[in-house]
Design a protein around this ligand. Structure first.
Ligand code: TYM
Length: 330
């Protein structure tokens, strides 16, 4: 089967609904048809200073959430980025293929530095490490949300550049971005994406949050004054966001929802969206409790995943070393 790969940063104690609908749901459905590699991007998280013990815990919790969300570690490799040293190694090669100006133009870096955030060099080279993550596994597709599109373009450019300069050795990946749920919006500010770093507590739905709090946040979501339940991202971003959330979780098409809510108010819509979200989140949280009860088993799963990942990564890195002219160590 063709290979796919994706990762998430362990930036908090809980994934949010954007991570879930924009990425994890697709990871789960794609593992039936692809040879899938899913990892916790702990090296990427070092770009934001974090307490070491907290980082360790978040890394475990993030891996557990992949599994609680439906990733099957027997079929898909679930692992930690830092457990496969080749990520950092190929990352260096990618840095050396990237022009300084090219890296300076990346929006993530520009946004963070523009906000006066004290950026480190790791943040600057973040996209090249991400390119290495993907290219190490010869991934044909990369299931991510819309916000990662630019990173994938850089990855494609770097793969093509490598192949042109050194001869075909790397697979040029395609983004796998599902329309609709690829950008889940902030509940309070529905023109901005739901984000761990920018959304306030009422704009965000954490998967590990108390279900009653989730329902409350959905009931107080910002909508508009026109009163009609209709999908229109431009004119009605709040209502459209709620319709998408409902649609993906309930498996009901947006047009069907529009029909079902015709002539009914936003209160009804919010109540039903809250039910749909809570129904999805409750079994997820129960499974998380089981997984976190047995950290040794979780570590065993991660070790098994790393072993599978290493096998592929080692072969690619071997090829890369040879192509770029690094002397083999004998
Ligand atoms: P991260 O950890 O920020 O997000 C993980 C995944 O969640 C998606 N996502 C969203 N989707 C829809 N709506 C939202 N509001 C929303 N917020 C986040 C992201 O698009 C992503 O798919 N750079 C990556 C991690 C990474 C990676 C990789 C991904 C490192 N190496 C290699 C793929 C392949 C990141 O920070 O994602």
């Amino acid at each position: 089967a063709p290979r796919i790969l994706s990762g998430m940063q362990p930036t908090s104690d809980s994934l949010h609904l954007g991570n879930y609908l924009g990425a994890l749901v697709n990871w789960v459905s794609l593992q039936d048809d692809f040879d899938a590699y899913y990892f916790v991007a702990d090296l990427h998280s070092l770009t934001v200073p974090t307490d070491p013990q907290v980082l360790r815990e978040r890394t475990r919790v993030t891996a557990a959430q992949f599994i609680a969300g439906g990733v099957d570690p027997q079929r898909s490799a679930v692992f930690c980025q830092s457990h496969v040293a080749e990520h950092a190694e190929l990352g260096w090669v990618m840095n050396c293929l990237t022009a300084f100006g090219e890296a300076s133009r990346m929006t993530q870096f520009k946004d963070k530095t523009a906000k006066g955030q004290n950026a480190n060099v790791g943040l600057f080279t973040y996209p090249m490490l991400m390119a290495a993550d993907i290219l190490l596994y010869d991934a044909a597709y990369v299931p991510v949300g819309e916000d990662q599109r630019q990173h994938l373009e850089v990855t494609r450019d770097l793969a093509e550049r490598f192949n042109t300069r050194f001869g075909e050795a790397l697979v040029v990946p395609q983004p796998y971005i599902v329309k609709g749920s690829a950008k889940v919006m902030d509940l309070q500010e529905p023109t901005a994406k739901m984000s761990k770093s920018t959304s306030g507590p009422k704009g965000l739905i954490d998967l590990m949050q108390d279900p009653s709090k989730i329902a409350k946040n959905i009931r107080s979501a910002v909508t508009d004054t026109d009163g009609e339940v209709r999908y229109d991202v431009e004119a009605k971003p709040g209502v459209s966001n709620l319709l998408v959330i409902h649609s993906v979780l309930s498996g009901t098409r947006v047009e069907e929802l529009e029909r079902a809510f015709a002539g009914r108010g936003y209160g009804d819509l919010k109540k039903e969206v809250a039910e749909v979200v809570v129904t999805a989140v409750e079994p997820f949280q129960a499974r998380m409790r089981e997984l976190l009860d047995d950290p040794a088993e979780l570590d065993r799963v991660l070790a098994m995943g790393a072993e599978r990942a290493q096998e592929v990564a080692r072969a690619t890195m071997e090829r890369v070393r040879q192509r770029v002219g690094l002397l083999p160590a004998v």
